[in-house]
Design a protein around this ligand. Structure first.
Ligand SMILES: [Zn+2]
Length: 240
């Protein structure tokens, strides 16, 4: 099992760890990690694994396909790889991760402003997008959304987390905004990301990494609203 250090501290840039396995494709499994494994529309982290034999580039991070309790650090082709038992240091590509955190939080704000069902989404370090089921296209306006997003950013609302039981989530299905991404259930408890006092701005199940307050998101804008189907409207957010 890999201890997920980013759960307790999304700002942990570097950590020591021990190699517990190297899979047949050269993926490295450690006893603990600060690298986020791809899930819920947030890409897996990149960075560098340093050990006595050199520096190994980690191209991305994923959950093991058969054992979800293990996180696999995917190495670049031909990279030097540590052996089982080796002590290593894991260093995040922090600029990319921090931008992913900012964009992920920005998309939660977008979600709070567009009160329609979310059918998909993708978080990127430069751009993020959410797909909504919206029958009346006039219900969303690019400039009005940008302004509303920036009002929430400027207010510097706190972002925190809270845990509830699977049963509590089932009793409050309204908390689930994203139909395309199943909330991380199954362990008996679910993490909620809380924006504003008691979730006054937004409250929804999410396993991703977020900034500590909306002010850290910085300047963002809705760059485009695309029609992707009869009902589907794709709203794109960029940093400016
Ligand atoms: Zn989220």
């Amino acid at each position: 099992m890999t201890l997920q250090l980013y759960r307790a501290d999304a700002y942990l840039r570097e950590t020591p760890a021990k190699v517990i396995a190297v899979n047949e494709r050269g993926g490295i499994i450690l006893d603990q990690t600060n690298f986020y494994a791809a899930a819920g529309g947030q890409p897996g982290d990149r960075g560098t694994l340093k050990f006595s034999g050199g520096n190994c580039v980690i191209a991305t991070t994923v959950y093991d396909s058969t054992d979800k309790s293990q996180i696999v650090h995917v190495t670049a082709e031909g990279a030097p790889r540590p052996a089982i038992g080796d002590s290593v240091t894991l260093a995040l590509d922090w600029q990319t991760r921090f931008n992913l955190m900012r964009m992920h939080s920005a998309l939660h704000l977008l979600c709070s402003l567009v009160k329609f069902p979310v059918t998909g989404g993708q978080i990127g370090a430069d751009e993020g997008r959410l797909d909504f089921d919206i029958e009346d296209a006039s219900a969303v306006d690019k400039d009005a959304l940008t302004q509303a997003l920036m009002t929430l950013v400027s207010a510097n609302h706190p972002i925190s987390e809270r845990w509830i039981s699977d049963a509590e989530l089932e009793a409050n299905p309204g908390l689930i905004r994203t139909m395309a991404v199943k909330p991380p259930m199954g362990s008996g408890k679910v993490r909620l990301v809380v924006i504003g006092e008691d979730g006054a701005v937004d409250l929804q199940p999410c396993g991703g990494t977020h900034v500590r307050s909306t002010g850290e998101i910085g300047a963002v804008a809705v760059s485009k609203i695309e029609k992707k189907g009869k009902l589907n409207r794709r709203v794109r957010v960029v940093f400016i």
